[in-house]
Design a protein around this ligand. Structure first.
Ligand code: IPE
Ligand code: IPE
Ligand code: MG
Length: 261
């Protein structure tokens, strides 16, 4: 007897079912992802770590499209932390080259999906070619008004908070701001995430690869985010995994310190 569905059709129908299980009215506006596990994915296959990063780049494209199709407003992806400079120079060089490769290949597709590119982090420390690739992608997608694809590149949350504090101190000194005005809302305006206004804070934070830590990511902004940790390595992460993680988000009860609705 012939199977009714091929494996591919079965997979697609399963993916479709996961998608249909979601409440379209409660898709998180801002999803942030700590894309972790590239190295272990490669090592498990006896491949160099950078092969994991390459595969991870392909996954960025697929997940970007899936998130955009769901109506997500901001997708923030942690691509390189301020601590990742500690890695071997060859790996760092490869990671600095990835945005060049990614944008060269995918900008036309991002435009066709109406996706706007944004970057947060200290760009000045990036190699020139990476800076150019980033600036071109931002420029080429600036009139897209669908989802914002926000890369955290050479990003560290403590540095972001320290820099915001310095700027506030300068503004107070220059009498642009009075100390009595400083509150949560004003403070948030000095953070890099202000570029994402009004979706500065992630509703959902996903970390892949089984690690359960934040690794200096969006410390201020995740005060009330729902956290989902999944065992899947980033290069294996599929739209179906995204739908499952959003479903977990939809099953949570967000109270923000209040009582159950
Ligand atoms: C995440 O994968 C990508 C970056 C940090 C750039 P890793 O490279 O951290 O992969 P693991 O955690 O070593 O498996
Ligand atoms: C966090 O992953 C940074 C990125 C995903 C870019 P790491 O792999 O660098 O985090 P740790 O070292 O395991 O905390
Ligand atoms: Mg890691």
């Amino acid at each position: 007897m012939y199977p009714l569905f091929s494996n591919k059709e079965k997979k697609n129908s399963q993916e479709q079912l996961e998608k249909e299980a979601l409440d379209p009215q409660r898709i998180p506006n801002h999803i942030a992802v700590i894309m972790d596990g590239n190295g272990r994915w490669a090592q498990k296959r006896h491949l160099p770590r950078v092969v994991g990063h390459k595969q991870g780049m392909e996954v960025v494209e697929v997940i970007t499209k899936a998130a955009s199709n769901l109506g997500v407003k901001v997708l923030t992806l942690y691509a390189f932390s301020t601590e990742n400079w500690k890695r071997p120079v060859d790996e760092v060089n490869y990671l600095m080259d990835l945005p060049v490769k990614f944008f060269n290949r995918f900008v036309p597709e991002l435009i066709s999906h109406n996706v706007q590119v944004n970057v947060m982090g200290d760009e000045s420390k990036l190699p020139k070619k990476t800076q150019v690739a980033v600036h071109n992608a931002i420029e080429q997608t600036k009139s897209c008004d669908g989802m914002i694809l926000n890369f955290a590149l050479n990003y560290g949350s403590r540095t972001e908070i320290v820099e915001a504090t310095k700027k506030i101190a300068r503004d107070v000194k220059d009498e642009q701001l009075d100390e009595s005005q400083i509150n949560d809302e004003i403070f948030a305006k000095y953070l890099m995430s202000e570029q994402l206004h009004p979706y500065n804070d992630p509703d959902l934070l996903i970390r892949t690869s089984g690690e359960q830590r934040i690794s200096n990511f969006l410390l201020w902004q995740i005060a009330y985010s729902e956290l989902v940790f999944t065992e899947v390595y980033w290069p294996d992460y599929k739209p179906q995994n995204l739908y499952e993680d959003i479903l977990k988000f939809q099953q949570r009860n967000r109270r923000f310190g209040g009582i159950k609705a």
